[in-house]
Ligand binder design. Structure first.
Ligand code: C2E
Ligand code: MG
Ligand code: MG
Ligand code: MG
Length: 281
């Protein structure tokens, strides 16, 4: 097609590629020093128990604001951090910060931290987790690591072994964004997951009444129940969506309906207030 359009095409197309490469270079440079310059912080989104309405814990979500570039969404900088291997030091900072915060909450509350597949390729990640827990004085059972199915794609690199060693520490694992990737039920029998997080897109479609989505959400919840694995519905925004996942027997919910990701002080206040979703609804 480019050939048919003749040489003119390149005049519009090449500068754009150049801009993209330049933007990426600028972003990468800024990302390299973002932690040391104090440009990163975490927000904490409540995860609520469906049965009791109590807050079970929080998911730590990384935020980056650069003085020149402004606020950059995780969907943009996390993939870049993965490609440039900056995810290891950034991820270590996230773990240390999140564990240090969680000790300030009631002792039954958990902290969930997202972990990229790349971080699990390196056996030293186990040490990173151990020292984050030790430095904070947090017990391992309170830490939940969220991984996606992409972790299992490069089996040869030993991610499963690293997951096993993390489980030996007493840390919990959850399977994030379930249904969006290369879902294979085999993963569920191979690794001991404490919970499955059902991706927001399924919750949305099922609540709209899309037959396939309804069937999938119900089946995933039933399967997890039979395997003694908890389920978390992600991205619940409306009362209707909440009622649906409650009817289906989902264990936990997370979404704007219960609470957006909160600044650290607000999350801490919420954690210590013993807030219940039913009281707020
Ligand atoms: P995720 O782990 O699936 O996190 C949930 C995302 O859904 C968050 O987006 C959250 O703000 C958003 N969300 C929660 N409830 C709702 C809702 O009701 N409606 C809608 N529309 N969205 C909702 P966020 O913070 O932009 O993060 C995006 C992704 O970036 C995360 O998806 C996670 O995969 C990744 N991420 C964030 N922080 C970290 C981190 O510290 N390390 C790594 N490796 N990845 C991270
Ligand atoms: Mg997550
Ligand atoms: Mg995710
Ligand atoms: Mg998710």
């Amino acid at each position: 097609r480019a050939k048919d359009a003749g040489r003119g095409v390149f005049r519009t197309y090449e500068p754009e590629l150049h801009v993209q490469a330049e933007e990426r270079r600028v972003l990468e440079m800024a990302l390299r020093t973002a932690i040391e310059k104090g440009e990163m912080h975490l927000e904490y989104q409540p995860v609520v128990d469906v049965g009791s309405g109590a807050v079970r814990g929080f998911e730590a979500l990384l935020r980056w604001t650069n003085p020149e570039l402004g606020s950059i969404p995780p969907s943009k900088f996390i993939p870049l951090a993965e490609e440039t291997r900056l995810i290891a030091p950034i991820g270590a900072w996230v773990l240390r910060t999140a564990c240090a915060e969680a000790v300030r909450w009631p002792s039954d509350m958990r902290i969930a931290v997202n972990v990229s597949a790349d971080q699990l390729q390196n056996p030293s990640f186990v040490t990173t987790v151990t020292s984050a827990l030790t430095n904070a004085g947090l017990s391992a059972e309170r830490l939940e690591l969220e991984v996606t199915e992409s972790v299992f794609l490069h089996e040869g690199l030993g991610a499963t072994k690293v997951l096993e060693r993390l489980l030996d520490l007493g840390v919990r694992l959850s399977l994030d964004d379930f249904g969006t990737g290369y879902s294979s039920l085999g993963y569920l029998s191979r690794t001991r997951f404490s919970s499955i997080k059902i991706d927001r897109s399924f919750i949305r479609d099922a609540a709209k009444g899309l037959r396939e989505a309804v069937a999938i959400v119900r089946a995933v919840i039933a399967l997890a129940n039979n395997l003694d694995i908890a389920t978390t519905a992600e991205g619940v925004e409306t009362e209707a969506e909440h009622r649906m996942v409650q009817d289906f027997g989902c264990t936990m919910v997370q979404g704007f309906y219960f609470g957006r990701p909160l600044p650290v002080e607000e999350a801490r206040a919420l954690a210590n207030r013993g807030w219940k979703a039913s009281a707020a609804a």
